[in-house]
Design a protein around this ligand. Structure first.
Ligand SMILES: Nc1ncnc2c1ncn2[C@@H]1O[C@H](COP(=O)(O)OP(=O)(O)OP(=O)(O)O)[C@@H](O)[C@H]1O
Ligand SMILES: [Mg+2]
Length: 501
């Protein structure tokens, strides 16, 4: 049904796509894989008319097409679920879902929007994913994950022939992912073709029939998934073998734990969480695992001073701290990688270098004297270490980086900053397998240096691999505590779903 042939694209003279071809059959799911910056999003943005191509053809049902803008692609039945969320924050869920096709009725003063019908239609659409969100809620009042779900529902609720999903599950936990997969299978049965981009390889094996791999803007290979192993797939993406992480960790010696660097006592916030008490020691990596809306995201935001608690205390290094703002939190030695990097994490109009060194002025400018050489040196260090890739140098604005590379920049800032407690929300959101392993190494190294690290992650593999201890949260209450050695997918999910042990 779709062919993209010999596609080429450069940004500022840097080749981003170099003779890439893909094809898609009706009723199949094609996985599109590759490391961060490989060119996946660029390719599908060309398909959707967001970017123009320098060369090559796009052929739909045997007919060459030129989409000058996304509206043209939409007219041809192509739906995008973008890696970056696209929504109007001030509009309601219903308005976002029905944008451009709100139902009307004849009123006294002429045609007017039929809100009752709109609410009903939106409710019907939300049922697709079994989500319990009031259609009249404003988008800005939803959590990031809920907004992502609305994006998915929006694409699914309009008649489509081809649906492209660019990392749709980045913030979804296993039950939500399975729900989405059920829908994808139904769509395929109706003859819809799906292009599925993800860095979670286990998902690709579950949902895709074929896989196309890109590396450095070039087409590496396209193969039936049944012929592939996990290891072979990683090799195709990265061009070398990567050690299996879980194996490595099992062999690591007992870690050295120090004092309680972060201690939370009886923290509560009405409607969000209640009576939360836990601690993280120096040298320890603790994960907080919960399903959609469990309260873990707002909890970390509260510890960092973005949200306000109603009661309870936070101690840092044994001393009570009053954190009323992120500035207070930073002063107390807390670093924070937020879920929505576009809102709280990155300064898009600033260079990679400035973004990385933003929180480390005390070292880079001792006594107010700025040391540009050191700034550049430190930036280069992280760019190498985490494999941050961009078309252009460290002066490139972060706006132009691929999704995964933006995430690495946010992380590099806090690795560079001098903090004692690090809170990380989905630290590897959108990050490729190779870099993911590097990030885990960095986190372990930081813990070994005596930091206390708290991770919130929906990726259960990640939780099991990187943390020493895991706390589960359900409807704003802690429901379980597991040492790494005793944690399994089953018991974590059980506790995160409210089950008691
Ligand atoms: N608008 C743009 N201007 C300049 N460079 C860009 C632009 N969009 C993408 N690039 C560059 O093109 C390359 C490919 O980016 P792309 O977003 O397609 O990667 P990706 O495979 O989707 O990666 P990820 O897995 O991190 O999302 C990157 O080096 C990126 O910096
Ligand atoms: Mg991308």
């Amino acid at each position: 049904m779709l062919e993209m042939r010999h596609i080429r694209k450069s940004f500022y003279g840097v080749k981003v796509l170099d003779d890439v071809s893909i094809n898609l059959y009706p009723g199949e799911t094609l996985a599109l894989l590759g490391e961060n910056g490989a060119g996946k999003s660029t390719l599908i943005k060309i398909l959707n008319g967001d970017y123009s191509r320098d060369a090559g053809d796009v052929i739909l049902d045997g007919v060459p097409v030129h989409f000058a803008e996304p509206r043209d692609a939409e007219g041809a039945g192509i739906r995008m679920i973008y890696q970056e969320l696209h929504y109007a924050p001030e509009l309601s869920v219903a308005e976002n879902l029905l944008l451009g096709r709100l139902p009307h009725r004849q009123g006294l003063l002429g045609w007017m929007i039929d809100w009752n019908a709109a609410r009903e239609q939106a409710r019907e659409a939300l049922k697709l994913l079994n989500v319990n969100i009031d259609p009249m809620t404003k988008m800005r009042d939803l959590s990031v994950v809920e907004r992502e779900i609305i994006e998915i529902v929006k694409a699914l609720s309009r008649k489509a022939r081809i649906i492209v999903m660019d990392e749709p599950t980045a913030a979804l936990t296993p039950p939500e992912v399975q729900q989405l997969f059920g829908i994808i299978r139904d769509l395929c049965k109706q003859g819809i073709g799906i292009i599925y981009i993800s860095h979670r390889l286990d998902e690709v094996f579950q949902i895709a029939q074929r896989v196309t791999v890109l590396r450095d803007g070039k087409h590496v290979d396209t193969r039936p998934i049944a012929e592939m192993t996990h290891k072979a797939l990683v090799h195709m993406m990265v061009g070398r073998d990567i050690e299996e992480r879980a194996e490595v960790r099992k062999g690591t010696a007992a870690i050295q734990l120090g004092d309680r660097l972060l201690e939370v006592q009886g923290l509560a916030k009405t409607g969000a969480f209640e009576d939360i008490s836990f601690h993280v020691r120096a040298g320890e990596i603790v994960a907080l695992f919960g399903l959609l809306g469990a309260g873990h995201n707002i909890l970390t935001q509260t510890i960092f001073g973005i949200e306000k608690a109603d009661s309870g205390n936070v101690h840092i290094g044994g001393h009570p701290v009053q954190v009323a703002s992120p500035q207070d939190a930073k002063r107390a030695g807390i670093g924070f990688v937020p879920l929505d990097r576009k809102v709280n994490g990155l300064v898009l109009g600033m260079s990679v270098q400035k973004n990385i060194t933003l929180s480390n002025w005390s070292t880079l400018a001792p006594f107010g004297i700025f040391r540009p050489k050191k700034e550049m040196h430190n930036t280069r260090h992280w760019v190498d270490k985490l494999g941050i890739r961009m078309a252009g140098g460290i002066e490139t604005h972060t706006r132009y980086l691929s999704g995964g590379n933006q995430q690495k920049v946010v992380l590099a800032r806090w690795l560079e900053a001098n903090v004692r407690v690090l809170l990380l929300n989905e630290p590897t959101w959108g990050v490729d397998v190779g870099a993911r392993s590097d990030i885990y190494d960095q986190l372990e190294a930081l813990a070994a240096q005596g930091l206390a690290i708290l991770i919130v992650s929906s990726d259960i593999e990640e939780v099991l691999t990187v943390s020493h201890r895991i706390l589960t949260i359900y409807k704003g209450h802690l429901t379980g505590e597991f040492m790494q050695s005793e944690a399994t997918q089953e018991n974590l999910l059980h506790a995160a779903a409210g089950g008691t042990l």
